[in-house]
Design a protein around this ligand. Structure first.
Ligand code: FAD
Length: 378
């Protein structure tokens, strides 16, 4: 009898894991569950906001991206029974031998959007509202850009966003951030380059700024600092999915405590956690490029137990986040083995600014659907 692997979540990590598992052959029955029938490439929201692409360019039916051997279940998972090795949901009960949790993070304003609206391209709604806000902004306006916390998707993306908003509107733009300096956790080289980027574009930076309230016309920090604005492009809070936060897997802040390098969770036999859902525990960035490497590693380990070839001992913990000012581009590449293993900081490089990296970013989106989530990335 074949071993059943249930993959929860058809984002970057889940899709790559399911495809990789299916490539190992008939010893595994692979089921992928997602509430949506489509897979969305979230980095594309920025292009939508700047009017370079329609949302449809970054959406594909999951079925078209999945190996034909994977069974696709479209429905909401509502309960994890880790003792009974079962997932409950709108689709009924699904039993598993192995469970890969790739549910990402819940991104949004739990109490409703701030008075100025959700304008940040971390959601499609934010990107569309942001696009409309850009048409109203001009040189007399004050714009603030920043996250509500340090754990958010593709951390470098707020800096090029700020530069780009300044370039297209001429507005006064300030970045607020909990970090003391731009890209501070990624090392002195990337931090110095990002600091220069903002300075050259005339964008201000307010470090140590933990957003506590987004009031109408004023951003308030936890220490009481106030920054007036006409438009606020604030990255919404990223929270653990309620399915996990309300389950026995919930650790600090509701995020699961994930072991490295197994990606397992103590007391939850057969469960692996990858992607954005694992990032808080592993102290690594939220990046789809990292999620697909973690997916390959976890899939190979599951397949090895079912008679497949031995898996490698350590995962590739590499992530790439693109930055695009609209005129030139770069990307931050990090190896997160250090923080994940507790051995030290991430080893990161910010590539030089070169206009042809804008083309590389477009290729990144195309290859996402063609190869990256297909399970072939090691
Ligand atoms: C502006 C922006 C720029 C970015 N740029 C980059 C970049 O340059 N490089 C990079 O690597 N990454 C980038 N990212 C980050 C990247 O998109 C995410 O890190 C990646 O999507 C995370 O993958 P994941 O598989 O962990 O989760 P997700 O892709 O979020 O997938 C989670 C899936 O789980 C499903 N799900 C959740 N709960 C349930 C439930 N209860 N029942 C059923 N289904 C459920 C969801 O529908 C979703 O499909 C960017 C993101 C943004 C917003």
């Amino acid at each position: 009898m074949s071993r059943r692997v249930v993959v929860l979540g058809g984002g970057a990590g889940g899709l790559a894991a399911a495809n990789r598992l299916a490539q190992h052959g008939a010893a595994l029955e692979v089921v992928l569950v997602d509430r949506s029938a489509d897979h969305v490439f979230a980095p594309g929201f920025v292009a939508v906001m700047f009017g370079e692409a329609e949302p449809e360019a970054f959406r594909r039916p999951l079925r078209d991206l999945l190996d034909p051997a994977v069974r696709l279940v479209t429905g909401e998972a509502t309960q994890l029974d880790v003792a009974g090795r079962r997932v409950r949901g709108s689709f009924g009960d699904l039993e598993y031998d192995d469970l890969v949790l790739a549910l990402g993070a819940e991104v949004g304003w739990p109490l409703g959007p701030p008075p100025s609206g959700d304008l940040a391209p971390w959601t499609l709604d934010g990107a569309l509202a942001g696009a409309s806000a850009l048409t109203r902004l001009g040189p007399r306006d004050r714009v603030v850009v920043g996250p509500t916390g340090v754990g958010y998707r593709c951390p470098p993306a707020v800096f090029d966003l700020a530069v780009r908003i300044r370039r297209v509107t001429g507005a006064r733009v300030d970045v607020v951030h909990p970090w003391p300096a731009p890209l501070a956790p990624f090392g002195p080289g990337p931090s110095a380059a990002a600091t220069r980027l903002l300075a050259d574009a005339g964008v201000g930076f307010h470090g140590g700024f933990e957003v506590s309230e987004v009031d109408a016309g004023v951003l308030v920090s936890a220490s009481g600092d106030e920054l007036p604005y006409d438009a606020a492009f604030v990255v919404p809070p990223h929270r653990p999915p309620s399915l996990v936060a309300d389950s026995p897997l919930a650790g600090p802040g509701g995020w699961p405590v994930v072991r490295f390098p197994s990606f397992g969770v103590d007391g939850a036999e057969g469960v692996s956690v990858i992607g954005d859902l694992a990032s808080a525990s592993l102290k690594v960035g939220m990046a789809g490029t990292l999620a697909v490497h973690e997916a390959a590693f976890v899939a190979d380990r599951i397949a090895a137990v079912a008679g497949g070839p031995p898996a490698r001992e350590h995962p590739v913990m590499s992530a790439i986040c693109f930055l695009d000012t609209g005129e030139t581009a770069s990307f931050l590449q990090c190896d997160f083995t250090g923080p994940a293993s507790g051995a030290g900081p991430a080893a990161c490089t910010l590539m030089p600014w070169l206009p042809y990296f804008r083309a590389a970013k477009r290729l990144f989106a195309e290859e996402w659907f063609a190869t990256t989530v297909r399970g072939g990335v090691d």
